[in-house]
Design a protein around this ligand. Structure first.
Ligand code: AMP
Ligand code: MG
Length: 330
């Protein structure tokens, strides 16, 4: 059942009946596992067990004031985490769950303080991934599942990425294949009468019907968006399409080991001194390839990764948000 080059370091299990049973047993025993979702792989544990949640914060070295997202099997379980489901939350859940949308709702007392970092609200979502759903429907509690990376590092989008981050620290990692969205969920405050976007993500503003210039000021952002994030060990720079040639030429003259992540149509025109880490066709494709591109750049020993910008529309907003944070310019 175990596979992968580092199977001795961590148990990577196929999500078959045995794998699911092992995952559920580990979670019900308060252990941590690597869990695939449609956004990124999560570091999952019982959201209602304070000691388990403390272990998640410790493993990630996550600041204690950055609350976790609680994952449910279905919207019907909302009453486990909140007593006040606003009409807005109900409507957003009906429209986008299961899916990459996280709703901030007022927290029931049953949600441990550590899970919500002391806030009176809690973030909650229903993931759209057959493996996550199978696990969530079988285990005792809702799961806290932040991305399975050390704080500040790129999020994992394959089971092997989780192994690279945590080795044998986790009870096991369920392999659900590469993530189809590739960036984190959109976080929306759903306590009022209108949605307030706290973090861009897999569900777009167009889908939510929220204008780009509406709300989202610094004060209204999620606690977690204060921190530098998503960064690999190499430097990241963003190049608008029209400036790609100039930026590549400039980097090449400095003699830096340059990697590029560019649109497929541009890759062949670049100087051969630039290592093409990966190419993409559109913003959703870049979303899927962004974090694997960061990790591949590390493996290739690249010093500077130049990423071609995409338009700030659709999932392109989330991609550009993550890119700016990784580049340290957000
Ligand atoms: P992550 O699990 O690392 O993808 O991050 C979860 C995101 O949701 C972070 O930006 C958190 O700050 C945000 N978040 C979690 N709980 C809350 C909450 N109660 N209110 C506002 N934002 C939250
Ligand atoms: Mg994260």
């Amino acid at each position: 059942m175990e596979h992968g080059p580092r199977a001795a370091a961590a148990r990577v299990l196929r999500a078959d009946a045995d794998g699911l049973a092992a995952a559920v047993a580990a979670l019900d025993a308060g252990e941590l596992i690597g869990l695939p979702t449609e956004t990124v792989y999560g570091l999952a544990g019982d959201a209602f067990a304070p000691a388990t949640v403390a272990a998640i914060f410790a493993a990630k070295a996550r600041p204690a004031d950055n609350p976790l997202i609680v994952h449910l099997a279905a919207a019907e379980q909302l009453s486990r985490v909140t007593q006040h489901v606003t009409p807005l939350a109900r409507a957003l859940a009906a429209a986008h769950w299961p899916g990459p949308l996280t709703l901030v709702v007022s927290a029931a007392d049953s949600v441990p303080t550590i899970t919500r970092a002391g806030l009176s609200s809690v973030a909650v979502r229903v993931p759209d991934h057959p493996v996550a759903t199978a696990v969530l429907t079988r285990c005792r509690s809702p799961l806290a599942a932040p991305s399975a990376n050390r704080s500040g590092r790129p999020s994992p989008t394959t089971a092997m990425d989780v192994v690279t981050e945590f080795g044998s620290e986790l009870a096991l990692v369920l392999d659900g294949g590469p993530c189809v969205i590739g960036v984190e969920s959109t976080v929306v405050d759903a306590r009022g009468s209108r949605p307030i976007v706290l973090r861009e993500g897999g569900v777009t503003r167009e889908q939510l019907g929220v204008a780009a210039d509406e709300a989202g000021g610094e004060l209204e952002r999620s606690p977690g968006t204060r921190y530098r994030h998503y960064a690999p060990r190499c430097r990241i720079e963003i190049a608008p399409t029209g400036q790609l040639d100039v930026e590549v030429a400039r980097a090449v003259t400095t003699g830096v080991h340059l990697g590029v992540l560019v649109h497929r149509d541009r890759a062949e025109q670049l100087p051969t001194t630039a290592t093409v880490i990966d190419t993409f066709t559109d913003a959703p494709d870049l979303a899927r390839r962004l974090y694997t591109g960061f990790r591949e750049a590390e493996r290739a020993g690249v010093e500077l990764l130049l990423v071609e910008a995409v338009a700030e529309e659709g999932v392109g907003r989330a991609v550009m948000d993550r890119l700016r944070r990784a580049a340290g310019v957000a």
